[in-house]
Write a protein that binds this ligand. Sequence first.
Ligand code: SF4
Ligand code: SF4
Length: 461
Amino acid sequence: MLATMDAQGHRRWLEPTLTKGVWWQRRLVIAWILIAVYAFVPFVEFDGLPLVQFDIPARRLIFFGTILRPTDTILLALFTLIIFVSIFWLTAIYGRAWCGWMCPQTIYLEYVYRPLQVLLVGTRRPATPRSGAAWRYPLLGLLYIVVSAHLSNTFIAWFVGAQPLTSWIFKSPTEHPVAFTTFLLMTAAILFQFGYFREQLCSIVCPYGRFQSVLLDRFSLIVGYDAKRGEPRGKRGTTSGHCVDCSMCVRTCPAGIDIRRGLQMECVHCTQCIDACDRVMVTLRLPTGLIRYGSQENLELGTRSRWLRPRVVIYPLLLGVLITVFSTLLFMRTPIALTQLRIQDERVMMESTGEIRTPVRVRLDNRTSQSMRCEIAAVAPDLLVAEATVLLPAFGSADAEVIMRSEASAFAMGRRTAKLRVSDEHAHQLDAEVTLLGPMTLPPEKSGRFFDSQPQKTGGN
Ligand code: SF4
Ligand code: SF4
């Protein structure tokens, strides 16, 4: 049964007691560094671009001066794999360090929302208000709304960039209804999460906790209870175990679990129970570390942690290969990319001379920080009816349409490939293949008739 539910399946509200020990102080430093990163990254520019932006409206990912578009399939797949393998590696060594130390859910709940709650109303729910403190609840609600609105704006900035967001903030919502609605919905979702749903996100919604059983091995670092030393538990002097069954580790746990039952899915490795138990041990003049960071082998058998293990070696090797391939492909990327697009109701025309004219629609992507004036021509022996000129802003894209001329005899099984050459005033040049569909056979009576076309193709690395 989940710690946040009772036997009837009702929500059991947790009111953890904050323990400000050594580990809490360490996490505090990292939490505020990450909060600063989260808040300021959308406002930082690199090479004329946002440092990091998930630019969904323009369908691109901007990452330290590099733009990845949906057509960069391999690079995007490698990038995703690099993130996943890094998390797997981190988990294999340090357990759920992500959950306890870096996840925005833990950081904002434990270092922003809960401290505000403790400051104004203590750890009790509104059902049991402190006497004479009724005015504190509306104030807490107001602060929650302000912080949630700020987080919502910051979150949106990661997707649209700082400039549009700043201009929206100072304009009437009627001028940007979609963005404003997104802001309201996002603020409500954040408020719901941090004001009500809280730790249930980790135990019910997030899949990462469930993955931990396959990502961890018996030598991974976890927060664990030393049962050899702690048991049999009981009042001091009545048993030989060091655990005095004071329940401080349970009362401080924001996941509501008892670490003495062993490794559990709900444990986010926040280290609060380490701080609480160490405080008890110091008071009792016993050695600290009854609850500590250690591997399962170390906690259960007292063996030393083994750092050299198959998964700890394989993950970094795999990561090295992925990063090398990713960097090489990135380095080899051409400054211009060409993608062949489908044309709605496209028609291929056969002239009375037997010549086939095929319209070809392409999207050009400028991957540099300079604007470009691109000329589209055909590579001999192919021919265009007319060459096209396309202006591309820095890191921008534009579509163009050209008509290719072919001899009907050039088509085999109704299709052929041709080459387009894109060049600009900066001496960049790209030759890219496009696919042309044409007649399967050459009946003279087909002169002037139309045929369907045509698949999508991408040029440039
Ligand atoms: S058991 Fe300890 S480390 Fe795990 S969530 Fe609870 S307090 Fe944090
Ligand atoms: S805080 Fe330490 S001594 Fe107290 S119940 Fe937990 S493990 Fe036992």
